[in-house]
Design a binder for this molecule. Structure first.
Ligand SMILES: Cc1cc2nc3c(=O)[nH]c(=O)nc-3n(C[C@H](O)[C@H](O)[C@H](O)COP(=O)(O)O)c2cc1C
Length: 230
């Protein structure tokens, strides 16, 4: 039976970084089961010809499952007949409003599409302080003055692949605008981590944080926030 959100994240928050032998077993089982893996797209960069090319929306997002019930652990919403991750949908609204280029941060590996298996893999990555390699790179970061950085909260933290992204580029002198979706933890201190990691950048403190339960109805909130921080 699927775990509910409450049972999903309370233990996660209480025992951050812990890696049980159950987790280890699940990962071993998972690594030999390639029937439940998500696919990787390497075409992550989207140019917006209407924009001035000075703002970039870079985000990590991992749609889970194949239904729209966010309360059972799926993190997808349907837009124009397409299933999107919740951070991905938020990123799309931001880039539409700004006419900004977008970049999807993706690990160069497949993650389980089953939420329970994914939680185990993510907990293992975090307890190992992994830096999963990424599927694609931004080749023209210099051209951007402002970078909107989007991520889901995983284990009251960034997904580990997001750390790989942060450590792969020189963000010095850039304006960084964080946005996030979550299942109850809010920003979980991630803006402070960004300030530490990107100490030579201006990290905007007015980060956008949306509960997964509200993302579908949050388009106007996202647009209003963009108008405040841009
Ligand atoms: C592996 C994993 C760990 C998560 N850990 C947390 C957490 O610690 N706190 C929280 O509020 N939400 C947590 N969530 C929920 C996600 O932050 C939330 O569903 C988010 O909207 C997913 O965004 P996405 O669809 O763009 O990937 C977790 C989700 C996953 C898949």
């Amino acid at each position: 039976m699927k775990k509910t959100l409450i049972t999903l994240f309370l233990p996660t928050l209480l025992i951050l970084g812990a890696c049980s032998s159950d987790n280890e077993r699940a990962i071993e089982e998972n690594s030999s089961n390639d029937a439940i893996e998500s696919s990787i797209t390497t075409t992550s960069e989207v140019k917006n010809p209407e924009g001035d090319g000075k703002a970039l929306v870079a985000y990590f997002s991992l749609p889970v499952g194949d239904d729209l019930d966010v309360t059972t652990g799926a993190s997808v919403m349907e837009a124009n007949g397409e299933y999107l991750g919740l951070t991905q949908q938020t990123a799309n609204w931001i880039s539409e409003e700004l006419k900004a280029d977008t970049f999807r941060i993706q690990a160069d590996k497949s993650y389980p599409t089953d939420i329970d298996d994914l939680l185990d893999v993510a907990a293992e990555e975090k307890s190992n302080n992994d830096r999963p390699s990424l599927a694609s790179k931004i080749t023209n970061l210099d051209q951007y003055d402002t970078i909107y950085l989007g991520y889901p909260i995983w284990n009251a933290d960034f997904p580990m692949a997001f750390y790989t992204f942060l450590e792969s580029y020189d963000f010095s002198g850039k304006r960084i605008v964080p946005f996030s979706t979550h299942g109850g933890s809010g920003l979980a201190g991630t803006v402070g981590i960004l300030e530490d990691e990107l100490s030579n950048s201006e990290v905007v403190s007015n980060a956008l944080s949306i509960s997964r339960n509200n993302v579908a109805d949050s388009r106007q909130e996202v647009i209003d926030w963009v108008d405040e921080v841009k």
